[in-house]
Design a protein around this ligand. Structure first.
Ligand SMILES: O=P(O)(O)OC[C@H]1O[C@H](O)[C@H](O)[C@@H](O)[C@@H]1O
Length: 301
């Protein structure tokens, strides 16, 4: 790799961080979890991702904000399809959202240009205490003034079929959650993780825009990849995806905010998560040697 001009490795608390100071934008990406925690075009006064003011930068603990990577399983292990669970050694002790967000990724590629920076981080996972699988996760960031693109590739390095659930767990800022809404999910079926019906998360259908007036934790199923628009009081965001047919929408609201780590009691008013996912019916099935890429593009709407 040529000597970087815009990118340098710095410390954020106890964690190593790639700080990119390009004339057109600024980004911070932690090597732990390949977690992007900051992105702001130089001519924009506001960062594009929400990051907790109580964020802690400690080894082995995901930071609350930015874009954590949930891989090779999403959410609680026991809520995953049996195909995903079969690769997890001890379901009862398996942490939520897999292990990739707590591990150190390696910088494999950095390409700096006058209008963009592209960098790729990789994590190779062999059989471990937690997981029976051999796969490589690569996260390629393409950073430009007008858009942020994140591509997560899972590559099955084993000789057996592998099943993965995952999400790019984007935390988006809003000035006021009660005056924010999402368009693009109208008529989509979703599972409501806060309502049980016959032992399963209740299956519902979205009527109109998604609005927020209570705790929200839903998995939407998209019949085909389509962009999602978030309207907040001051801004509109456009999230586009490829390789994903499921989208998680989450806001912890009042009670859960009090229980969350690295989260102020009133933070729920200023954030929401729109997660580009591959979960439930949309998990990734990778035959030996195959790979799959899921891409999120975030831009101002
Ligand atoms: O607190 P974390 O492990 O980061 O999870 C935060 C949230 O992630 C997802 O959005 C899940 O759907 C939620 O159920 C969960 O509360």
């Amino acid at each position: 790799m040529p000597t970087p001009v815009f990118c340098q490795q710095v410390k954020r608390g106890q964690l190593d961080c790639l700080a990119i100071r390009h004339p057109l934008f600024q980004t911070d990406i932690l090597l732990q979890g390949a977690q992007l925690i900051y992105f702001r075009p130089t001519d924009d006064p506001q960062p594009w991702l929400w990051l907790s003011r109580q964020a802690e930068y400690i080894p082995g603990q995901a930071v609350r904000g930015g874009i954590p990577v949930c891989w090779p399983w999403f959410g609680q292990a026991d809520k995953n399809p049996a195909e995903v669970q079969q690769h997890i050694n001890d379901i009862s002790s398996a942490g939520a959202h897999g292990f990739a967000r707590q591990q150190i990724w390696q910088l494999k590629q950095l390409q700096e240009k006058c209008d963009q920076v592209r960098l790729t981080l990789e994590l190779e996972s062999q059989h471990s205490e937690q997981w029976r699988g051999h796969a490589r996760a690569s996260l390629c960031f393409t950073l430009r003034r007008e858009r942020l693109e994140v591509a997560l590739t899972s590559h099955n390095l084993s000789d057996k079929t592998l099943h993965i659930s995952q999400a790019l767990h984007s935390y988006i800022p809003t000035g006021d959650i009660r005056n924010s809404y999402i368009r693009g999910l109208e008529q989509c079926a979703y599972r409501d993780a806060l309502q049980l019906q016959d032992g399963d998360w209740r299956l519902c259908r979205q009527r109109g825009a998604v609005r927020f007036a209570a705790e929200t934790d839903r998995i939407y199923f998209l019949p085909q990849a389509r962009p999602v628009r978030l309207q907040t009081p001051a801004r509109q965001w456009l999230l586009s995806s490829h390789g994903s047919r499921s989208c998680v929408v989450w806001n912890p609201w009042i009670d859960k905010s009090r229980r969350l780590s690295q989260f102020a009691d009133d933070d729920y008013q200023r954030m929401l998560c729109i997660e580009t996912a591959n979960v439930m019916d949309d998990i990734i099935c990778l035959p030996a040697g195959r790979q799959h890429t899921t891409t999120l593009t975030l831009q101002r709407g």
